[in-house]
Design a protein around this ligand. Sequence first.
Ligand code: GDP
Length: 338
Amino acid sequence: MNASNKNVINVTPLKASEYFNGIISGNRVSLSRAITLIESSLEKHQAMARELVELCLPYSGNSIRIGITGAPGAGKSTFIDSFGSYLTSHNKKVAVLAIDPSSSKAKGSILGDKTRMDRLAIDPSAFIRPSPSSGSLGGVAKTTRETIILCEAAGFDFIIVETVGVGQSEIAVHSMVDFFLLIMIAGAGDELQGIKRGIMEMADAIAINKADGDNLTKAKAARAEFSHALHLFPPSESGWVPRVETCSALSDMGIDNIWKIIEEHHLAAVTKGYFDFNREQQSIFWMYDTITENLKSSFFNQQKIKDALPLFERKIKDKTISSYAAAVELLELFKNRK
Ligand code: GDP
């Protein structure tokens, strides 16, 4: 045994049904290991993961899924720690997942440092799972959706999916949750906070965080401003009018009001039939998305295509072929694969 592998723990691989039994009996170790299985790119793990997800599917769907986004430093982790603790103090079980495809390039996983959620990290009713440390957005999104299913089968009442509000990942998270919460702070313009209008339009609520101390007045003013801005957006498909609240995650203030908004939204969505409709639409969206992703990766991973691409790039540069004709030829090459 050399130095590099002496820390590898040799664990006998389980069968999908064994993972499943562990998950539904609430065994955290089984759940963690099953998520690792889902995150693995090995084909044999993927096959087993698919089997496991199918087993869990009939036991899933019973949670409220909440997406949380906001610029770095807005207080997402502090908010999740406070909000999650509020829920667990009301006898609810909370799972926190992260979707952060940029993590491999940046400072590491956004939830990698568990101390950012001090209370939840030691709360027996909470489960925190850091983002996979690498992978494309498509890959991470797939993993997160499957992890949601596993966590629901494990009996979690709330699944919180955290993302950094600066890129494409919000759209992915928005497409897998029932409620989308944007966390902002007063005093920094939208530009400064890196929040695009599109993200604000997706929000079911905006929490103006850090509404404490000297910041309280500014936070209240920001609340009025954002409420006004949201009213200018076209109404959402569900008929829900987005809400704005102030809170201080650090001192647990206003957290109950955020919960009331989510509860109200949930009740309205269930009553109007929008809750199920939205989840069905999301499932259909993910089917198409999976097909597109699979087609794309089988195209770009085909050796013939890999070899031909530089050639076609050169031809385009030399203006001996148009981009369109190049694409058609490459697609023909792909379709005629042997
Ligand atoms: P994230 O990057 O969005 O996850 O932000 P963090 O939760 O890590 O918070 C960034 C900083 O803001 C930390 O120093 C927190 O202590 C601080 N912070 C978070 N919430 C509040 C709040 O409600 N009030 C104040 N005053 N500071 C806060």
